[in-house]
Structure formats: C-alpha cells, structure tokens
Design a protein around this ligand. Structure first.
Ligand code: 3PG
Length: 306
C-alpha cells in the first residue's frame, strides 16, 4: 500500500484535507498528516516511510529528499516550486509536480485587496484613491496574471501585459494590451503587478533600471516572491521618490526598515496568505492528490517540472 504525507507548515482548510483523504481512501492509499510542524527535523522524521508528499511552500531540500527512502513523487499544491530542490529529486528519481492555476483566483483576489487597502490609507477614514481608470501592467501573463487582468478590467482599469513566453494574440484575445518590451511596461503603468515565478533568471530582476522609470505615484505590487525584487533598488526608490509605493504578500528582508521609515507607502501581509482560501486549498490540494494517484497507479506525469 502506498502512503501519502501532507506536510504543510501552513495547514490547508479542513475541507481540503477531508477531500484529499477521500481520494486516498478510494485509491487504497494510506494518508498521514503533518501540519504546523516546528522544525525541519520533524519533517525529516515524517518523510522516512512515505511514497508521496503533498506540500505548499514547505522547504523540500536535499536533506529531506535524502531521508525519504521510499519517496517517488512530491506535489507542490500550488504554482511556485522554488522551495523544492529539483536536482536532488531528479538524482533520486523522484518526480516533482505543481498544480498550475489551481490557486490563481485566490492570489488575484488578495492582490486587489492589498491595492485597495493601500489606496484607502489602511482604512483609516481619510480620503483615498480609486483603481478605476488607472493603468495596470502585468509582469508575466501566466494563470495568476491572467485572472488579475480580468479582475482589473472588471474594475475599469486599463490593463497591459508583458510576457515573452506568451503569444501576443493570446494576450490580445483577452482584451489586454500587449507590451513587447518590459521597460515599456514599467514606463507606462501606474501599477505594476509581479506575476513572475522565482528562478535564477528572475532573481533580482526588478531593479532600479525598471523601478526608476515608473510614472509619478507608481505602485509596485508583488503577490509572487520577494527574491524577484532587488532590495537595494527598492530602498533607493523609497529614499529618492516620495511618491513610490510597494505592497507585497511576502515581506522583503528590509521589510522592518520599510515599515518604520515609509509605513504610509509600504504594506506586507503578516504571513504569506494570497493562496490561503478554502477554495484554493481544495482546488490545489485535491489536484495534488489526484496527480499522485494517477502517477503511482498509471505512470501519468502530467505537470511534472523536473
Ligand atoms: C504558490 O506558489 O502557489 C503561491 O505562492 C501559494 O503559496 P502557499 O501554498 O505557500 O500559500
């Protein structure tokens, strides 16, 4: 019998765990649950005898993979798999998958929640500004960027997107204006939303050369990963441009400094929470469970990333 372990430092909603349990039961698999675990040693102990792992942003590094003697598959219930050591997994013939798109709506909704929170001065009762009629640029047009674009249009924003990996026609068919050069996106948009994955290529990509050309009153919005933003550039922007604002779902390393010195123009959620909805947990968690069953029973490798 195969064993699946759900290892989530940030637990799924109960309905998602119940749904995963039902899929495991139907397949004749055993399910184990490790939530809010205190340290890596606990995770390492828990993975020793499992065949499959479902994780979120949990760090699955070489030590964890090495300790998991029976491990055959890891599914990241979500989009970004920068938390998983793909090389170590491949070296041990462990398949790694993600569940693309399953939590995109939750991430998109929180993005607008953060934008409104900042625009209404943290709900302090003073007059704020609206999103309608403003320009928004999507830096990357994957699942998350696409939903953000749709909602932005619904709110009356003028939406642009730049993504060298997506056909111009695909973006234009959604009613979004295509921008070929990423510099032009930053030059023309009052709000730029970072929808990029974290990778070697994107690490520190958003730097002073892009931020400094943003228009007056510009806001950088980051529902993705902190590593994509070049932090010295961020600090320089805040120091030089009193109109520049930054909102993010993952606090940067310099977050405390930004909060103390520029608290009226900066906001970070206390804990990464864009995908933390019951619906997203159910969508991504159940997809992960199905992908594991399909791989272990039929060899289906759809959504493999390594
Ligand atoms: C993702 O990459 O899917 C999101 O950032 C969500 O991450 P989380 O599962 O840790 O909330």
């Amino acid at each position: 019998m195969h064993t699946i372990l759900i290892a989530t430092e940030k637990p799924f909603a109960k309905a998602a765990v119940n749904g995963i349990a039902a899929i495991a039961k139907e397949a004749g698999f055993e399910l184990k649950l490790l939530e809010k675990y205190p340290d890596k040693a606990t995770l390492i102990e828990a993975v020793r005898d499992v065949d499959a792992l479902i994780v979120r942003s949990d760090i699955i590094d070489e030590a964890v993979i090495q300790a998991a003697d029976k491990l055959k598959i890891v599914v990241r219930a979500g989009a970004g798999y920068d938390n998983i050591d793909l090389k170590a997994a491949s070296a041990k013939n462990v398949v790694v998958m993600n569940t693309p798109g399953q939590n995109a709506n939750a991430v998109a909704e929180l993005t607008f929640g953060m934008m409104t929170y900042l625009n209404r001065n943290f709900y302090n009762g003073t007059a704020g500004v609206e999103l309608r009629g403003k320009t928004m640029g999507l830096h990357a047009y994957g699942h998350v960027g696409r939903v953000i674009g749709m909602i932005g249009k619904g709110m009356g924003m003028d939406v642009y997107a730049n993504d060298p990996y997506v056909e111009k026609i695909f973006i234009e068919n959604d009613g979004i204006k295509y921008i070929a050069d990423q510099k032009d996106l930053y030059r023309s948009c009052q709000y730029v939303v970072v929808c990029l994955p974290a990778s070697k290529e994107t690490s520190g990509l958003i730097d002073y050369s892009l931020l400094s050309i943003m228009p007056e009153g510009a806001t950088l919005v980051n529902p993705a990963r902190k590593e994509i933003i070049h932090e010295p550039s961020l600090l320089k922007m805040f120091a030089e441009r009193k109109d520049f604002r930054y909102i993010t779902d993952v606090a940067p390393d310099c977050g405390e400094q930004l909060k103390n010195e520029y608290g009226d123009r900066y906001y970070a959620t206390p804990k990464k929470m864009a995908a933390q909805t019951a619906e997203a947990n159910i969508n991504a968690g159940l997809a992960a469970a199905r992908q594991i069953v399909n791989y272990l029973t039929k060899g289906d490798k759809t959504f493999q990333v390594n």
